[in-house]
Design a protein around this ligand. Sequence first.
Ligand code: B12
Ligand code: SF4
Length: 532
Amino acid sequence: MKVALISPTPMDHYSPCIRTLTGYLKMHGHQVRQIFLPADTYGNRFKSSWRSNTWSHIIQMEQTMVDDLIELVKDADVIGVSFLTAMFDVAVQATRAVQKAYPKKPIAWGGFHPTTMPQQGLDFVDIVCVGEGEHTLLELVERMEDGKDFTDIRNCWIRKPNGKVVGNPHRPLIQDLDSLPYQEFTFEDDWTYDQAKQHLVRLDWTYYRQIMPTYPDRQGELRPAYKTMITRGCPHKCSYCGVAFNHDLYKGQSYLRRRSVEHMIGEIKLVMRQWPDIGIVHFQDDVFFSTSTEEIQKFSEHWQREIGLPFRAQCSPTTINEDKYKALIDAGLCFTELGIQTGSTETMKMYKRGMTNEQLLKAVNIISKYKDYTQIPDYHMILDNPWETTEDVMKGLRLLWTLPPPYNLLPSSLIPYPGTEFYHKSIEDGFVVDELNQIYRKGFHTPNGNYLNFLFFLTLFNNLPKEFVQFLANDRFVRVFNQRKYDFLWGKAYQYGEYVRQAQKLATFAVKGKLFEIKSIRELKRVANQIK
Ligand code: B12
Ligand code: SF4
């Protein structure tokens, strides 16, 4: 069968979901075309509108992108669309365009958003995959190939021709991740949108090499990056995260699963053989550290002996310890991220992260101890929690001031995505009245405009004296400026401040003599986003 899988990805084309599904279908003899619709190429991407005190944007596919997409799926027997909530608009536009051109072609939706909202999905397509997709998609494709009924496939929600909706039972999780193929990274039939040409073009290695993500190693040299994951799932159940939904979906099963060190090393060796330019590996796992110290040490030994590349990984305060961290530093860890999220004990309880400020400080001290071996770490902080008091937010700021420098702050907005505990609560409590604009279209890294968020924003400037921010955070200023009538102003200050920050980063880059290596505006924007 010929299958076309469409994914509105970020600009680096990292989409483990469709790459794994493609690998699995190809392993079973099917032909798959991967179509990436990268996130920086849409019209109206940045035409944000100011509603309530928040920015939202509608992502609109370019007409040429739509036309090419229709041509590319012309001979597909089945089409799959994979997406997260933030890309709902694009998924709908792509789906409707294909349906209009080929009303009879079966289209299936899958991925995190359709998993949490299968009924909504059936308003747009007739097949929605809930949860893991490898076995489900293969069964669907094979039954279609054999002309058999497919309305009872496990993990599928189906709208039958008579309009009746069926939600089939779930199949068990794949516990042995080593049984799955590696991410599909052969570029055999991949397509992407080229903004300059305004068309979907072949995404081969030569093209990808020009646009692929690059990250700095320990010395700050930018290296072409390969992104992958060693785990599936997560041991935690944070109330703001969609993962909790999956825990409930798969109750009684081990949701956090991990590939063996050997399997993962095999993948990296293969891509290094295929694409020797790859110079750094970025592990996207939320909980890379969530395994025993022995397993991490085993990883370290194999990595040093067989791979030897620098790598980046994220950690959580409850899973890190010094033995693990040291083993990873020995192996080449050159950058890490850590979720701090809040400084308030009350908010922490609400987030159900199961950690204390002491655990957090311990984690930060470990990272700080090895700072000479890594780039400046990123610490994540959640803003825009409507249930927090001003004092809760201030505790977050105060906590940041006590952390050993240097660090980069990565603030994000608390978006109550479907499937999270906060989704229903925020609607019930009246904080979300317009789901599309306040959830689906809200920028994850664009916090609301208000004075307190602006103070967090100032903390992003590593060279700004903390005493200056402390001065601006005194009670009187907070009382006067943190009023709704000034929100728009602080939102603008945040927005323009971002330009200043990017200019500052590029200036540093220029001083290092690297600016001449940049050949296009797109590359310039990408580098500005990546440099710390
Ligand atoms: C890796 C990751 C990313 C990667 C890749 C995302 C991607 N598009 O695949 C990156 C870093 C790019 C990313 C970005 C974002 N992410 Co993210 N990310 C994750 C993470 C850690 C793992 C997801 C993953 O790849 N799992 C492994 C793959 C193999 O599994 P899978 O994606 O679930 O796919 C399976 C099934 O869904 C199904 N399936 C998928 N597609 C299809 C299609 C068809 C046709 C079928 C039949 C089946 C099917 O089969 C797949 C294989 O079994 C999760 C948290 C977690 N621990 O799960 C958050 C998570 C998915 N991300 C989340 C968010 C919010 C985002 C961002 C919006 C945030 C941001 N930073 O801006 C962006 C959005 C980017 C975008 N353009 O879509 C939320 C999703 C919430 C939601 N309702 O959408 C999660 C759950 C974390 C959270 N905090 O809640 N993310
Ligand atoms: S640690 Fe990350 S992925 Fe896991 S539940 Fe919490 S926010 Fe979600």
